[in-house]
Design a protein around this ligand. Structure first.
Ligand code: SF4
Length: 449
């Protein structure tokens, strides 16, 4: 049972040292009670208190890792109902369903699309993550599992045949496939199989009560990794159940509901793919951990991936690029050095314009905590002193013969001070608009600036 804030407070050191980021131990204990904070943020909690608080401090929805290597994804692990309360952590995994009686050419196309449809946005690779394989008794299930396993993507193995699932697990257990699905009739045999291979198991049910009962029985067998799968034939029912499950997990701390949720969309048919994308968008917004589509097409996958990126970006932290030197177009000792902030959007616009100019250059990115150039300057995170310190820290001078530095046009006010900080550099003021960078760099290159 969840502890109350005062129960938690009694076990904290009560020194109000603020190291956890909260002004008082009481404020921190309230966040722990709501499942919004991690107990690890207080470095002074005693081992005894940790033991007592572990239940209250555990996330209300467990995290499960599926897939392997670069294709590994975490599902679940959420702590809030609304993104603005904190953040959502683990983006909805998007997947495709392969029926084993599909024509072989279509199966190959689905596998290829799952592996190849990737999009790059603000330095992140956006792609689908899951392949669900359904046994329709064609005899090709194992062959498809073998082929899908080569992608390292997370798999969902769907069959009523326990011995077939066991054979499939022998091939792909390293990607931690989800076994689909336990019901009140088969939970014992499927549960034993999931336990012996240490893989997650899905629980399906038409109602939340039904899923809770089966999840409770699996918990009784010592199974911890469960994925809930509401069996709903229309989107409004599915939508309602996704919200109810999240509310029960977060607000009421019902342990049987504290698991990631798998949404098989209603009307899962190839010809319904636009309607299906709309339904998937609803499930990504509210609160599916995995969404399975009938096929992956660029025109529907891309907007879903962008929606996912938007929802699962921390609203309190701007997207940021890592501080350091970025080489664009093989720069050499005579190439100029441009400096900018680490706000991802700024970085991508500036690096894109340098590429457009075809003039090789170094781009020096300062950690401004994701703030844009002017805001960072106003917050004292990008000024003559910080730029000089960054030049020293990155040792960029060791790569250069002539030291040419270009600062953003909006930072004219720091030019004089920067010249004092870096007396042996030739410092130029770049354009105010990034779009003029190619012309500026070409003029610099030809000696006109
Ligand atoms: S770090 Fe620990 S002791 Fe310090 S204020 Fe936070 S909860 Fe209290």
């Amino acid at each position: 049972m969840a502890l109350k804030p005062l129960d938690i407070f009694k076990l904290l050191p009560k020194t109000n040292c603020k190291e956890c980021g909260y002004p008082t131990c009481l404020a921190f204990s309230m966040q722990i009670a709501m499942g919004k904070e991690d107990l690890k943020k207080c470095p002074y909690v005693s081992d005894e208190a940790k033991k007592q608080l572990s239940a209250a401090a555990a996330p209300p929805i467990i995290t499960i890792s599926i897939g392997k290597g670069e294709e590994k994804v975490n599902i679940g692990g959420e702590t809030v109902l609304f993104r603005h309360e904190k953040t959502f952590y683990n983006p909805t995994a998007i997947g495709v369903l392969i029926d084993d009686d599909m024509p072989d050419q279509r199966i190959e196309e689905y596998l290829q699309n799952t592996a190849n449809l990737t999009y790059e946005r603000v330095g992140l690779k956006l792609k689908a993550n899951v392949i669900a394989i359904r046994d329709n008794k064609s005899g090709k299930f194992i062959d498809i599992v073998e082929r899908a396993h080569k992608t390292s993507k997370a798999l969902i193995l769907m069959s009523h045949d326990i011995s077939l699932l066991e054979k499939a697990l022998g091939i792909c257990k390293d990607v931690r496939p989800v076994l689909y699905a336990a019901t009140k009739e088969n939970f014992e045999s499927l549960g034993k199989l999931a336990k012996s291979f240490s893989v997650p198991i899905a629980v399906k049910g038409k109602t939340i009560d039904e899923m809770e009962q089966v999840a409770g029985k699996l918990q009784g067998m010592g199974i911890e990794e469960i994925v809930l799968c509401p069996e709903n034939t229309n989107i409004s029912e599915l939508f309602k159940n996704l919200i109810l499950l999240r509310r029960k997990a977060i607000m009421k701390r019902v342990k049987e509901c504290g698991y990631p949720v798998l949404a098989f969309l209603p009307d899962l048919k190839v010809e319904n793919y636009i309607k299906e994308a709309l339904n998937a968008a609803i499930c990504i917004a509210k609160y599916a951990s995995i969404v399975i589509l009938s096929q992956l097409k660029g025109e529907t996958l891309f907007p879903l991936l962008l929606e996912r990126l938007n929802i699962f970006t921390d609203p309190q932290r701007p997207m940021a690029t890592t501080e350091g030197i970025y080489e664009i177009g093989r720069p050499g000792p005579e190439s100029p050095v441009l400096v900018t902030s680490n706000f991802s959007l700024t970085y991508f616009i500036i690096s894109g314009e340098i590429e457009n100019s075809r003039i090789p250059a170094y781009l020096l990115v300062q950690d401004t905590e994701g703030l844009s150039v002017l805001t960072a300057w106003a917050a004292d995170k990008l000024n003559a002193e910080t730029i000089a310190a960054l030049i020293k820290k990155t040792k960029i001078e060791e790569k250069l013969g002539t030291k040419k530095l270009i600062i953003p046009g909006v930072l004219a006010q720091i030019l004089g001070e920067l010249e004092e900080e870096l007396p042996d550099w030739k410092i130029s003021l770049g354009p105010r608009e990034a779009a003029y960078l190619p012309v500026f760099l070409k003029s610099l290159d030809s000696g006109q600036v």
